[in-house]
Ligand binder design. Structure first.
Ligand SMILES: *Cc1c(COP(=O)(O)O)cnc(C)c1O
Length: 218
C-alpha cells in the first residue's frame, strides 16, 4: 500500500474514534524518496531518532523549501544535543537531569527555538530511558527554571512496555495522563506508536508517533 493510502486509513481510524491527535510520521531508517512521497501525500510532521541521519535527509528537503516540522524522538545525549537546535522543532527524549541542564545551557547560545518533552519510564524496565515517576514528580514543579528564551517545556513522553502487554500499556498511559493533569496541566502528552496508538488515544494522548504503520516495517 502507498503512504497516501496508509495515511488515509489512519485518518479514517482517527475519525471513527473521534480523536484528532497530532500525528508524527516516524521516518527513521526510511529513504528520502519515501519522505518526499509522504510530503506529497500531505504529511509534514516527521520524527527521526538519529541526528546525523535526520540531517542527511531533511537538510536537502529544507533547501527545496519544503515546510516540514521535525521532531527528535530518541534519547537525547549530551554529546550531540547542540545539533538539535535549528533543524528540529521538538525533542521527545530528555530523560535525565544532567541532559536537561546541558540542553538548557546550550539553548542560550541558540538562535532557534526548541520545545522539549521529558521522557518518563513508567514500566520500570531497566532498558528504558527516562525519569522515574518519583523523579518526574519532583522535577515538574521547578521545570521552568530550565526554560530559556529558546527552550520551552512542551510536555511528557512515554513508551509502552517492550513485551507489549496491553493491560500494562494502558496502565502506564493512564498514569502519564494523570501526572500531566496533576503537575503540568496545559502541556502535551506524547504516547502511542503503531502497535499501541489506539490505547494511547483512549487514554487521552495529544500526540502519537507512528512509523511502520505509514512507511512499512523496518
Ligand atoms: C521508532 C519509534 C516510534 C515509531 O515506532 P513504530 O512502531 O514504527 O510506529 C515511535 N517512538 C519512538 C521513540 C521510536 O523510537
Amino acid at each position: 500500500m502507498s503512504i497516501l493510502q496508509n495515511w488515509e486509513n489512519l485518518q479514517n481510524r482517527l475519525s471513527i474514534l473521534q480523536r484528532r491527535p497530532q500525528v508524527i510520521a516516524v521516518s527513521k531508517t526510511k529513504p528520502i524518496s519515501l519522505i518526499r512521497e509522504a510530503c506529497e501525500s500531505g504529511i509534514l510532521v516527521f520524527g527521526e531518532n538519529r541526528i546525523q541521519e535526520a540531517m542527511e535527509k531533511f537538510i536537502p528537503l529544507q533547501k527545496e523549501g519544503i515546510n516540514f516540522e521535525l521532531h527528535h524522538i530518541g534519547p537525547v545525549q549530551s554529546g550531540t544535543l547542540k545539533k538539535l537546535f535549528g533543524l528540529f522543532r521538538y525533542t521527545h527524549g530528555v530523560g535525565s537531569l544532567s541532559t536537561l541542564e546541558d540542553l538548557s545551557k546550550r539553548s542560550e547560545k541558540s538562535t532557534s527555538k526548541l520545545g522539549f518533552f521529558l521522557q518518563v519510564n513508567l514500566t520500570q524496565e531497566d532498558s528504558k530511558h527516562g525519569f522515574s515517576e518519583s523523579e518526574i514528580i519532583n522535577l515538574l514543579p521547578r521545570i521552568s527554571q530550565y526554560e530559556t528564551e529558546h527552550l520551552e517545556f512542551s510536555g511528557l513522553m512515554t513508551m509502552g512496555p517492550t513485551n507489549e502487554d496491553k493491560d500494562l500499556t494502558r496502565t502506564v498511559f493512564r498514569r502519564l495522563f494523570q501526572i500531566r493533569e496533576e503537575y503540568c496541566v496545559g502541556k502535551k502528552i506524547s504516547m502511542g506508536m503503531s502497535g499501541d496508538f489506539e490505547i494511547a488515544l483512549e487514554e487521552g494522548t495529544d500526540i502519537i508517533r507512528v512509523g511502520s504503520l505509514l512507511f512499512g516495517t523496518r
